[in-house]
Every structure is written in C-alpha cells, then in structure tokens.
Design a protein around this ligand. Sequence first.
Ligand SMILES: [Zn+2]
Length: 138
Amino acid sequence: MNEDFLRRAIQLAAVARESGNPPFGSLLVGPGGEVLAEEHNTSVTDADITAHPELKLARWAARELDPATAAGTTMYTSCQPCGMCAGAIARSGLGRVVFALSTEQLLTLKPGGDFPVVPQDGPALFDEARIPVEGYYR
Ligand SMILES: [Zn+2]
C-alpha cells in the first residue's frame, strides 16, 4: 500500500467536492508505479448517476489497456468502491484496489445511509430466455 497514492485520491475527492460533486476521487497506478489516469466524481455536474471515479477508471482501463497491463494495475481510491463500481472493476480486469475510507466508515459520515436494495424477482422463462444465450460463451 502506497499512502502517497491514497493521499492523492483524497485530494481528488476534495477536488470533486469543490466542483459541486460528491467527494470521491481515484487514480490508477501502473505496474511500475506510474500514475496512468486520475478521476473524481462528476455525478452532479454530468447529471450522470454512474459518474463515479472508480467506474470511469475501470471503463478507461478496459478500453485503453491490454489485459496483462490491466492486471498489473492498482486502483487507489478515497473510499471503498460501491457495488456498481466493484462490478465494473471486476469486468475491467484490474489487479487490485486500495481504499482509504471503508463503506462502513463512510456510512458513519453519511446521514440517510446507503442506497436501498431494489427487490429482484426471478428466475423465470428459462426455456425461452436461454435461447439467445446458449452457445454464446464458447
Ligand atoms: Zn461507485
């Protein structure tokens, strides 16, 4: 764990807040310790609920890095990634995440708590739903 990179993520969180956005920032560090990209939350100014820095970096990495390079990266982030971002990080093939605030610690600072869990119903219609999927993952 590199505390200087974590401190940079915290600085980016402050930049997000100063720009009118939720206070979160992240950076992606390559295998050799070089900063590849930095982002901060822009969900308010972009009017985009997905504009979390971790998700933006995961998308950037999936687009710009080959899988081996992506696997050698570390994301330093001011707060533990939310469920949406954790999913994107897994799909992008990044190697590791280092965070400052945990979700539990964040929730002590955030009146109203975490996002509600939306109920999901299923499975259903397996014989129909399998048709477009069958054979795709080979
Ligand atoms: Zn997120």
